[in-house]
Write a protein that binds this ligand. Structure first.
Ligand code: SF4
Ligand code: SF4
Length: 245
């Protein structure tokens, strides 16, 4: 039986947005760059929820051809969210999707079978990983083995985490889609992505002085595709229908 996750609203996760110590700006993989420490993953259209002075860019693609920072995620310059007041979120009904998602324990929908992770050590309401695995009938955390189809696991995750699971999946799909489009634009010579191997110090000053554009606006301008529609009410309702069928 699937037990529904209930947040106790203890506020711990809002005050401890990142456990990364000794952060250094640089590449997070071969082409994604973190000029500032990633903590809360704020989507470009959500940044106005937070005080302007606290919002920084945390994940970008950098286009060397046009000296352009293409922002995938914003974040905060503090590990304690400025919007937490007396242990509760002061913008609860309007909070960022990443806040809603936590602590849904998956990577992305397409690779559900690659494993789930647990947040029991930091979230008092989350079950220990062995209990989660038992509940989802998964044998091994790092390499999830289960005797049913991934669509069944998706339904189970939806039953436990509700819409958080849907948003988590959509966030991952957005990153995949943007990356795919960036590579296509690069193969047509429209952009040239900075990649691991180039001088990080020099790149950081170039990024500081560069023009900035939000990834979703950039994609819309170049391809006409509006990735924000993935998060529309209509799209969420359609996904819910499938998961509830
Ligand atoms: S916006 Fe609200 S839920 Fe999100 S981190 Fe800040 S206080 Fe927490
Ligand atoms: S740590 Fe867990 S229980 Fe506490 S506010 Fe965050 S999600 Fe809710």
């Amino acid at each position: 039986m699937i037990e529904k996750f209930e947040c106790t609203r203890c506020g711990w996760c809002c005050k401890n947005l990142s456990n990364v110590k000794d952060f250094k700006p640089g590449f997070t993989n071969s082409y994604l760059i973190a000029p500032n420490k990633p903590n809360l993953f704020i989507l470009p259209w959500e940044k106005q929820i937070f005080p302007k002075e606290n919002v920084v860019i945390t994940k970008i693609f950098f286009d060397l051809n046009n000296n352009l920072s293409i922002v995938l995620y914003y974040g905060l310059n503090t590990d304690c969210c400025p919007l937490i007041k007396d242990n509760s979120c002061s913008v609860h009904d309007n909070r960022a999707l990443h806040c809603i998602i936590y602590p849904c324990p998956i990577g992305d929908f397409e690779s559900l079978s690659r494993g789930i992770y647990g947040s029991h050590e930091v979230c008092e309401a989350e079950l220990p990983i062995n209990k989660l695995l038992e509940m989802f009938e998964i044998k091994d955390m790092g390499n999830s083995k289960f005797n049913y189809k991934p669509s069944v696991l998706a339904k189970k995750l939806y039953e436990r985490y509700g819409v958080s699971f849907i948003y988590k999946t959509l966030m991952e799909m957005r990153v995949k889609k943007i990356t795919e489009i960036m590579f296509k634009l690069e193969s047509r010579g429209i952009i040239k992505l900075a990649r691991k191997g180039i001088d990080v110090g020099q790149l950081m000053s170039q990024i500081k002085n560069s023009k900035k554009v939000d990834a979703d606006d950039f994609i819309k301008e170049k391809t006409g595709i509006d990735l924000r529609e993935m998060f529309s009410e209509k799209s969420i309702e359609a996904i819910k229908k499938v998961l509830e069928s």
